[in-house]
Design a protein around this ligand. Sequence first.
Ligand code: TYD
Ligand code: MG
Length: 449
Amino acid sequence: MSNLVYVCSSCQARSPKWSGRCLSCGAWGSLREEIEDKGKKAPWSAVAPAETIGLATLPTAGEARLATGQGEIDRVFGGGFVPGAVALIAGEPGIGKSTLVLEIAGFLGPDHPQLYVSGEESARQVKDRLDRLPGDFRGLRFLAETSIEKIISTLAASQPALAIIDSVQTMAVAAVPSEPGNIVQIRAVTAELVAIAKKTGLVVLLIGHVTKDGQAAGPKSLEHMVDTVIYLEEEKSRGFRILRAAKNRFGSTNEIGIFTMTGRGFEAVPNPSSAFIHERAESQPGSVISAIMEGTRPFLAEIQALTTKTVFGWPQRKAAGLDVNRLQILAAVLHKRADINLANQDVIVNLAGGLKAADPALDLAICLAVISSLLNQPLGRRTMAVGEVGLGGEIRPPGKLKARLREAAKLGYTAAIVPAGDYGQTGLKIIAVDKLADLVPKIFTPPSK
Ligand code: TYD
Ligand code: MG
């Protein structure tokens, strides 16, 4: 049985009679005639219901992660590779992506066979590189190929534990008419690899090039398709290679690994948490050591501040590696709550070592660095500071404060300026400060007026 109904094209209201104006939303001339079939079956009624799974009855997979045994690499990947996971390793050309994945294969060794598929290099070229790298490559097989159909057929037949695809920009799915490297093609390639990984438990390392201007023609748009996104970056001042987890479905993000690139591939930097601070015999006014969290690991960081009398116009506020808005807020709070007058001072702060951080735990160190520069008084060389600063000038403990303090103690610091609290045995002398107004009297010699 069917009926005529009138449906408003702007609000979807249905009425049995036509009228020039929709009674529901008031739009003029929006009603369209439709035939309503009362006997019509719903579109899903012809589809058989699916089997669902009682999750509690499934056996637990346990710790089935594939680990390389290399601490710096494994931590960034969340403790190893989860079977069926697809990880995108992105970075600029020449940064060391191919070298890194080869090393991973070598560390996994013959017990976990690997297939390295390259659309960029020949077997000979890859072999030349292998000879310089540590690890056991007896489990590694090579395929120079760009056709995804061919690659997946090979993977299905040979069933390695790990497949390396170098790079996503050189591969192509035959059914997709775009050129390799085109965004449509890149996404199709990734979708095929994700499908085979999920189906077979294969781990896929997908390499993606990122161009110099950060224009991630590809990698950025793949982030939601893959399980893990790892960026390989170069730290400009000392040439460290930094491996950073930007997304990890199976581990924490912002986890970083720090390496140097040597003649024998990547080498983990010893004492990575002190990699970004310069050891000096004397401490300088304006320099304060603090601790930031990168993922689950604390890193010591050096804040440098410089205050100079404004010679022209408005006082300047500049920040490198830190948020300049945060600096402006802290400068205002210092003025209001601690009577530190910066109205005629240009203030520049810098997070040393080319690091970038938005960790509010740096607030206290920034304030101390500014005061230290302004008064031209250094902090003790083995003193560090951690704390968040509120608009009322109050100083609060940040998350993971104990871990930060323990790390500082491990690296030879002897005193910490922190909000009062019970931090247990840290090995540091605690200098408790609860509000910004405490800083000058407790830490510095007040200027004679
Ligand atoms: P590569 O892994 O080819 O970079 P990507 O795949 O990201 O384009 O490595 C680039 C550079 O690394 C290359 O200039 C050579 C250098 N390298 C070393 O310094 N040490 C080594 O042991 C190897 C294998 C390469
Ligand atoms: Mg390469």
